[in-house]
Design a protein around this ligand. Sequence first.
Ligand code: SF4
Ligand code: SF4
Length: 265
Amino acid sequence: MRECDWTQLCKLNSGNTICGVSAVVVRPGNGETGKNVKTVFFKAVVDVEKCMGCSICTKVCPTTAIFMRARFAVVEEYRCSGCRACVQACPFQALTLEPTDKVTDPRASVALVRPPWTIGEEKAAWVSQRKAAARELCQRAGLHPDQQICMCTDDLLAEDVAAAVLAGKTQPDDLVLAVGLRSGCTVLCLSALFRILKAAGIETKSPPANGWNWYPGTPSQDSFPDEFDAKYGALGYRFSEDKKMMNQVLSSASTDQTEISDERL
Ligand code: SF4
Ligand code: SF4
């Protein structure tokens, strides 16, 4: 049996979508590299009879697909990833998810019918063109490059997101549409996303006023002050040692080395 290498892949590798309504489905894609894309089968639709114009839905959408027009919420074609966040947030049950191939916008001048569409098709190309830089960016972000960081995708690794950032997808909503993170639960990948953006020196747009869709700065052991060692050492916490060991793992990963040394093992 192999010893634990502390990459935490055991905790993070769910291997499938967790969307409760199958609005997004993991589909094999980019067969050459084995990387997958997502297919979006459902889109949010506003019932104008029920919409009260409160704009809450616009503040939770991870792709900024919803905007207000003439008091009603409107969902922009080809930006909705079917994550269902707006459906859950609307206090008046004015939003539903509908199959993409049956949806029309009643207020559009031209009927918009959208077939299922895919997310992340360029991912493999971005990684192959920037692999070394992407892995190095992951190391600076305190993430293992082979770590799955989005539970709602089948195979979205930290290096995939880093490569997309290096390819110019530098805002959270752009990254949803580029590689699929935040297209399911919208929450679990946020911390890793912001760590990669911060390590790349990228400022993000401000979240909507009173919105709750972005939560930058989730604390991790990297952000713990040194005093924590003295404060919590008696309880068995060894933050500095953990940090040192994780840095060894990340350094090895960025140079494809496999051996690490640790006096605790
Ligand atoms: S949250 Fe519901 S009621 Fe409020 S603007 Fe959005 S669709 Fe309309
Ligand atoms: S919150 Fe999700 S389901 Fe609603 S419009 Fe935005 S992407 Fe689509």
